[in-house]
Design a protein around this ligand. Sequence first.
Ligand SMILES: Cc1cc2nc3c(=O)[nH]c(=O)nc-3n(C[C@H](O)[C@H](O)[C@H](O)COP(=O)(O)OP(=O)(O)OC[C@H]3O[C@@H](n4cnc5c(N)ncnc54)[C@H](O)[C@@H]3O)c2cc1C
Length: 334
Amino acid sequence: MKSGDQPWRVVGQGLAGTSLAWRFLERGAEFTIASDGRPGSSRVAAGLVNPVTGRNFGPSWRIGDFLPEAAGFYEKTGSFLGIRCWHPLPVLRLARDAEEWRRIDARMANPEAAPWIAGVAPPPPGWHAAVELRGGGRLDARAFLDASAAHFEKLGILRQREEDPPDGPDARTILCQGAAGLLDGRLGPHRCAKGEILTVHAPGWSESHIRVGAGGWLVPVGGGRFKAGSTYEWDTLDSEPTVAGLDRLRETARRLGGDDAFAVVAHEAGVRPILRRSQPVIGRHPDGGFVFNGLGSKGSLYAPGCARRLADACLEGAAIGADLDFESFRHGRA
Ligand SMILES: Cc1cc2nc3c(=O)[nH]c(=O)nc-3n(C[C@H](O)[C@H](O)[C@H](O)COP(=O)(O)OP(=O)(O)OC[C@H]3O[C@@H](n4cnc5c(N)ncnc54)[C@H](O)[C@@H]3O)c2cc1C
């Protein structure tokens, strides 16, 4: 830092702000990080990383770049903090019927999907067919964020308060506010989606795989517990769990876990920060400073790689690729 420069100011301690803070620490930058104490969507998320997703069984955007970087980052940071927060786990993608299986089967040869496919697997009872994927896993996001916060606190760089500059961010502020930074529309139209998630206890269910099927997923988190998710709702963007969500997620859990009894341990909701599906943006904020947002449904996958690129841009003036750059996105070029 040149003498006379103010320290950088990271606003928000979700996956975006926390990953950026670690990238700043790696480079010896002077900065503070502000947390308003709200859980945000990161502390609600299951942390699932699935290389090939959706009804169309398509590889996640730039998965080959971002997945190895994310796994390495969580392993290294977790080991520094003395916690294990990244849990690699194969994914079992299930097909309900012959028609869905035909769709999946046709896409298995896609050269971008092929590296992640381990092979056809026996389906669990009640399912038509299954394919096993490699490279998946789960980030224990809450453990990662809480241990990071404790470390930042020890370093004296964590500000436990809301930080909102009145006239837009100054040149050294980086807004990592998640949905809270999109809902007011200052960054343009958004597509934020509320999501609900269950934690269930089911000691009889298999913990060998993440299971994905019928529009939902079931993620083993250890000790006979699983996360089941998740709903999408675009009209009511609050963090209140609903009865309809509970019913829907109980059905998802039962469908993916099996007929054994299970108990609901927790039911939570959050708002995913979405600008364009799950393709994040980083770069200069139109009012000054920088922005890191739009992690969508895949924050665990994209936060570490985006944070590295943004730290390079802030500290070394490195160019941001057009497909991530917020200015290019705003001007409709990416
Ligand atoms: C139900 C559900 C399930 C999900 N499951 C997964 C999953 O399995 N895998 C996956 O990868 N992703 C999942 N996601 C998506 C994931 O949660 C997001 O991609 C990611 O957490 C977004 O991180 P963020 O840091 O941008 O936002 P957030 O986590 O929302 O963090 C932003 C933080 O900044 C704070 N803040 C805002 N303004 C200020 C201010 N002025 N001062 C101080 N602090 C401020 C907010 O309160 C918040 O704490 C899920 C989301 C939901 C809702």
